[in-house]
Ligand binder design. Sequence first.
Ligand code: SF4
Length: 362
Amino acid sequence: MPDGVPLLKPRTLRDPAALVEARLVPPEAEPGLRQVAEQYAIAVTPAVQALIDPSDPADPIARQYLPDVAELTTLPAERSDPTSDAPFTPVKGVVHRYPDRALLKPLLACPVYCRFCFRREVVGPDGGLLTEAELDAALDWFAATPQVREAVLTGGDPLMLSPRRLAHIVQRLSAISHLDIIRLHSRVPVAAPERVNAALVDALQSEKALFLCVHANHAREFSPVAKAGLRLLTRGGVSLLGQSVLLRGVNNTQQDLENLFRAMLASQVKPYYLHQLDRAPGTARFEVPIAEGRQLLRQLRGRLSGLAWPTYVLDLPRGAGKAPLGPDFAHEVAEGWVVDGPLDRADYAYPDLKKTSQEAEF
Ligand code: SF4
């Protein structure tokens, strides 16, 4: 660094002026983005800034995190609560949609604010931290609801809690005898990897089966620092899953998805869900048609280890749950089944022996 050049301390950028100053958006974009910032939170961490190539107008990292005036347009099909959390909230901070599992949302703050977020109307830096009394009531609800076997910590991002507060929640949940599984969903390992340290790993120790589901959408998010944090977690006995959203301009090519799932597996992150975009306000530019998503996954079958294969799901409106979207490789016919070959794309007849006396043709 030459003499006289001030050393700028990397910081999280939280408004359009800061994005302009960092040369991540052009100055002429600032007025429009100020309107976006009035509606939706912005945060671009130093780790994310380091991943963005400002010379690439189609940069897949920038597209996920930098605001865009397109967010000011809401389509008729877009809903402020697309997954219907509110009607399934028995006490503040809890969402109980499925019989055997429930969400616990201890806060609504995140390290970054993704431009396609399905909870974008509620997440933000002032974000919904449950008071001690509210958290107690939420944990008491879990203790008093024996059909719930799995607690899913989400938000916001539960890894934004201090390790002390996170450990308190994990321990309280671990002490509930009917809970078998604690699952946490987080963007922190890729978007704020400096938060992954020994104290965090300690906070995630539990006698119950505990899974950390890492949200990442592009292979480049697995930076050397992110990979080091993930290694710390796996060495600390934390089982890792991956969740991604299928996003136009970020990962909607065969090569991008292949690279993403390979990057996950290389860090011992098992791809779990690939989400169809939830239609939250101002997110239409990210939507990939379901037919295209199914085709992308079909192309990957056979190219990738089965370990890398996530379930492609759509969260249905009105809280009807996550439906797998395929693709299907088997079609029923009169004599049995026709199965698509994942390697040669040929159709194979597989007779149903109850319907026919023929031998299978494999
Ligand atoms: S980290 Fe998750 S909850 Fe937070 S803005 Fe991104 S998608 Fe939404």
